[in-house]
Design a protein around this ligand. Structure first.
Ligand code: CP
Ligand code: NVA
Length: 301
């Protein structure tokens, strides 16, 4: 059977994704038993980071250890990847040694090429276009607080970036309505929007998009690699902050999520970060549990 990868949420079918979220919740509950059982003893994850990370690195590394295995951090600064060794060669060599690989990089095409040449499962730990692991944690967090997300209304406020693209895929796979409010020129990929037009709607006005929503989500206005655009983006996005006023247009029990790191006072108000409806800390912790379920799924194929 062909090696299964997780490059976007479309790599698993809706049933598999639903099972994975249930398993993540179970693994969170049964942590002590899993640690004792060490289901993936002596298995090794290669972790390649071409961009910075706190949550992704800590969650994958800890998760692998909790499963009884080991994680190996590989940075381009001190591997041959940083000196121009082709991605295809790196994929062949690394996958001949380790059991599973996660990669955080820039162009989505790069991870696609890497996966094509890898003999073991490859996990997308963020590219310029998608961040599917974060969505596993976000959906888990929503389910834990409010039950199934199917049929709910989710509002994305801000940049049509990698997180927004993964929300579009999530709307399709988990069957919810997604409203996206972004300034002109910062829309998500038009083909992706068109392919999901039955459940994804673009807005300019954040209040219109937030009306009655069950979940509001945002992310930084300048992603990794866009640092030069920071000042221009601050100006363009200034009316797109998620704060108490915007939350007041959503459903009375609406939740707020942010993948973090956050810029308080920019895309999210300082106050909202500390409110109980902001489930951001659990969202971050759930990266650990959701990704363990993902590792188990991929290693058991
Ligand atoms: N949310 C997220 O992926 O965080 P890091 O960049 O810290 O890994
Ligand atoms: N959109 C952000 C997400 C960080 C986890 C970025 O790509 O920098």
């Amino acid at each position: 059977m062909a090696t299964r990868h997780f490059l976007t949420l479309l790599d698993l079918n809706p049933e598999e994704l639903k099972g994975l979220i249930e398993r993540a919740i179970e693994m969170k509950r049964d942590l002590a038993q899993i640690r004792q059982r060490e289901p993936f003893k002596n298995q090794v994850m290669g972790m390649i980071f071409e961009k910075s990370s706190t949550r992704t690195r800590a969650s994958f590394e800890t998760g692998m250890v909790q499963l009884g295995g080991h994680a190996m951090f590989l940075s381009p600064r001190d591997t041959q990847l940083g000196r121009g060794e082709p991605i295809e060669d790196s994929a062949r060599v690394l996958s001949s040694m380790v059991d599973i690989i996660m990669l955080r990089t820039f162009e989505h095409q790069k991870i696609q090429r890497f996966a094509q040449y890898s003999s073991v499962p490859v996990i997308n730990a963020l590219t310029d276009d998608y961040h599917p692991c974060q969505l596993l944690a976000d959906i888990q967090t929503f389910v834990e607080h409010r039950g199934s997300i199917q049929g709910k209304s989710v509002t994305w406020i801000g940049d049509g970036n990698n997180m927004c693209h993964s929300y579009i895929n999530a709307a399709r796979q988990f069957d919810f309505e997604l409203r996206i409010a972004c300034p002109e020129g910062f829309e998500p990929n038009s083909e992706l929007v068109a392919a999901n037009k039955n459940r994804v709607v673009l807005h300019r006005n954040p209040e219109d998009a937030a009306k009655g929503a069950n979940l509001l989500v945002t992310d930084v206005w300048a992603s990794m690699g866009q640092e030069d655009e920071q000042n221009h983006r601050l100006e363009q996005f200034k009316n797109y902050q998620v704060n108490a006023e915007l939350m007041s247009h959503a459903a009375s029990d609406a939740l707020f999520m942010h993948c973090l790191p956050a810029h308080r006072g920019e895309e999210v108000s300082k106050e909202l970060m500390d409110e109980p409806k902001a489930v951001i800390w659990e969202e971050a912790e759930n990266r650990l549990h959701a990704q363990k379920a993902l590792i188990e799924f991929l290693l058991n194929q």
